[in-house]
Ligand binder design. Sequence first.
Ligand SMILES: Nc1nc2c(ncn2[C@@H]2O[C@H](COP(=O)(O)OP(=O)(O)OP(=O)(O)O)[C@@H](O)[C@H]2O)c(=O)[nH]1
Ligand SMILES: [Zn+2]
Length: 364
Amino acid sequence: MHDISGLFPAHENLGAISVERAVAELRAGRPVVLAEATGRLLVYPAEQLDKTSAETLERIGGARLILSMQRLERLGVARDAPGLIALPRIDLDRIAALIMDEEARIDAPVVHPIPAEEAALDLLRLAQLLPAAILIKLDAPVAGVNEVAGCDIRAFRARKITSLRLIGRAPVPLEGATHSEIVVFRGGEGLRDQAAVIVGTPDLAGPVHVRLHSACLTGDLFGSLKCDCGDQLRHTAKFMAENGGGVILYLDQEGRGNGLSNKIRAYGLQAQGHDTYDADEILGFGLDQRRFGYAARMLDLLGVTRVRLMTNNPKKIEALRAAGLDVSDQRIQGRPTPQNIHYLATKRDRAGHLLDVDVPTAED
Ligand SMILES: Nc1nc2c(ncn2[C@@H]2O[C@H](COP(=O)(O)OP(=O)(O)OP(=O)(O)O)[C@@H](O)[C@H]2O)c(=O)[nH]1
Ligand SMILES: [Zn+2]
């Protein structure tokens, strides 16, 4: 027998790997078992339910639906924590309404979750699925299911920060910033690698212009007029090229961390008149899912300690300060368009973004 134990990563990574496996299973529409000292829980994503999975879950019995605090609030139940609803029957239409319908109201008692059940909800968020799962307490073994420990889910984000590694770097000339280098890191809590763009040759010992830019496929790549992302990205690179260089971290946080599918679902709700935050809340998400701890770690790996942060988002400033960086900030204006002006004003009014926007009134 060959001994291949040396091919497996160090012991401290195993927990994070088990979470990533669980995330892959859930995204593929497969169940996972969440193990805690209190017992074992079968977890199935509510958005993946179909006739066969519903029948199977109903046969096992004891199914409950866990929903986030934001979703419960939308369903007319004010709460400060997630909650569970018993599902004596797995009715596909009712569950679809409970997880996504704007008009649905709750018709059953809501129970407070235990930590294992809250960890299940967090797993769904990491998988960038809707934060809604069918849970069943298991009193008998189940075969062929991936198992994940609640403690590993809770430790996942911090572990991903410490395991972040620089994989490669190469010069890539950019429009408006021809002297640029792209550096790629593996890790972070998103589902892909993270990139940093080093524009010019910034003095890493002094305060460095830095932008934390969350991925926005629609804005950055397709030039969507609904947001200011693409414009800010290109403007920042050009500004840095003309002002002593800088570092742009391009973070795998599409849709404020909710993922592309949920962002497009939210855009669908926005097309019906909801603002950017209401649309996310209807889907069960909070104001902003993003955490910036791993961005601080990327800066650390690049040797940056003093930052002139190009942002209007106070949460980014706070997050880097909390991670020990010396941060001063600099406003960055995205181009207002008739299509994004309300989005910009909403970020200012509801999330405290430091934006200077003039929304035309009906009289203008
Ligand atoms: N969920 C959701 N995400 C959106 C929407 N519009 C844009 N986004 C995402 O919001 C994020 C924008 O992030 P950033 O460019 O870092 O900007 P910001 O948080 O507004 O802060 P600064 O630009 O630094 O002031 C990207 O991940 C976009 O994909 C939306 O309507 N709903
Ligand atoms: Zn955008």
